[in-house]
Design a protein around this ligand. Structure first.
Ligand code: ASN
Length: 332
């Protein structure tokens, strides 16, 4: 331990960054195999960036990430960052749902200290595995006073992204994470950090959300729209207990007339329905092709369906008017 260095805690959750395969040149592997200490040891020089403490929160492929683990992470992050002894946090994570976890934490962690998620597209045993450098860069970002006030960031492949903006765009490529609308907020090259801007959306210390004492979140389902979709998804979702529904709509958050009719019945009963889109880029606009005032629907603005679900689950923890909910979707 070096007294002059910042203290960074790494919370490990699994993912390909902790994944292993039998050989170094094969596509198949198992995520979430290595423990945090093995990952730290695989990144030469990392201990010169910060005093590092590692803690294993889970060891899962992020396809198995759960609300329980999110709540555990949020509690842990809030506790650690409230202490003067901790300067920043890194969360190692699978890439499949990394953007959801990062966005969730950006809404419920109340601190201006850096919270950084990272992962890898190639398992630890692969030829040219990029996990160790991603972890090195993530620790550098979490240890830097420059990162204060940037909320939760995603550090992958030399880039720093805001949790709200970033999406996984490629199933296998190392350059998979992009913020296509707002752009990356900075870069980190072998630990050398440059910020281009602050995140635009509301996060961390400005967020109204808290999961203090919360044990579960209301069920929100995502319904994927397509040509000639059956109209009964909305009804069956509500029957199974959904309190909110996100439509991954076609185009500008659209769905066929039959589905829209079911949506109207749902919103009349007080179920909150958010129109998002399956299209990767662009905002969903209020009252464009769907009359949101009449259907009592909310538009997701630029949030993709998975992140719109995260925001809606948190929004539904309290009674809020439709106008308030819409304002939240415009600002978060
Ligand atoms: N590259 C990865 O991390 C993918 C893996 N399925 C995960 O999300 O855990």
């Amino acid at each position: 331990q070096n007294k002059d260095l910042p203290h960074v805690v790494i919370l490990a959750t699994g993912g390909t960054i902790a994944g292993t395969a039998e050989g170094s040149n094969q596509a198949g592997y198992t995520a979430g195999q290595l423990g945090i200490n093995t990952m730290i040891d695989a990144a030469p020089g990392i201990k010169e960036l910060a005093n590092i403490t590692g803690e294993q929160i889970s060891n899962v492929g992020s396809q198995d990430m759960s609300i329980d683990i999110w709540l555990k992470l949020a509690k842990k992050a809030n506790e650690l960052l409230a202490s003067d002894d901790v300067d920043g946090i890194v969360i190692t994570h699978g890439t499949d749902t990394q953007e959801e976890t990062a966005y969730f934490l950006s809404l419920v962690v109340d601190s201006n200290k850096p919270i950084v998620t990272t992962g890898a597209m190639r398992p630890a045993t692969a030829l040219s595995a990029e996990g160790p450098l991603n972890l090195y860069n993530a620790v550098a970002v979490a240890a830097s006073p420059k990162s204060k006030g940037h909320g939760v960031t995603v550090v992958m492949n030399d880039q720093i992204h805001a949790a709200h903006d970033v999406t996984k765009f490629n199933t296998t490529a190392v350059q998979s994470f992009m913020s296509p609308i707002e752009g990356q907020i900075g870069s980190v090259i072998y630990g050398d950090i440059e910020y281009f801007r602050k995140p635009y959306s509301t996060h961390t210390t400005k967020s109204v959300f808290s999961v203090k004492g919360v044990k579960s979140l209301p069920r929100v389902d995502i319904i994927y729209a397509y040509a000639d979709m059956p109209a009964d998804f909305v009804t069956s979702s509500i029957k199974k207990g959904a309190k909110g529904i996100v439509i991954a709509g076609v185009g500008n958050g659209n769905m066929n007339a039959a589905t829209l009719k079911e949506v109207k019945k749902a919103t009349d009963k007080g179920i909150v329905v958010v129109r998002s889109t399956r299209v990767p880029l662009g905002d969903v606009l209020r009252n464009a092709e769907v009359n949101d005032d009449e259907y009592k629907t909310i538009v997701s603005d630029e949030l993709n369906p998975a992140k719109a679900r995260v925001l809606l689950m948190l929004t539904l923890l309290k009674d809020r008017s439709l106008n308030e909910i819409q304002e939240i979707f415009f600002n978060y």
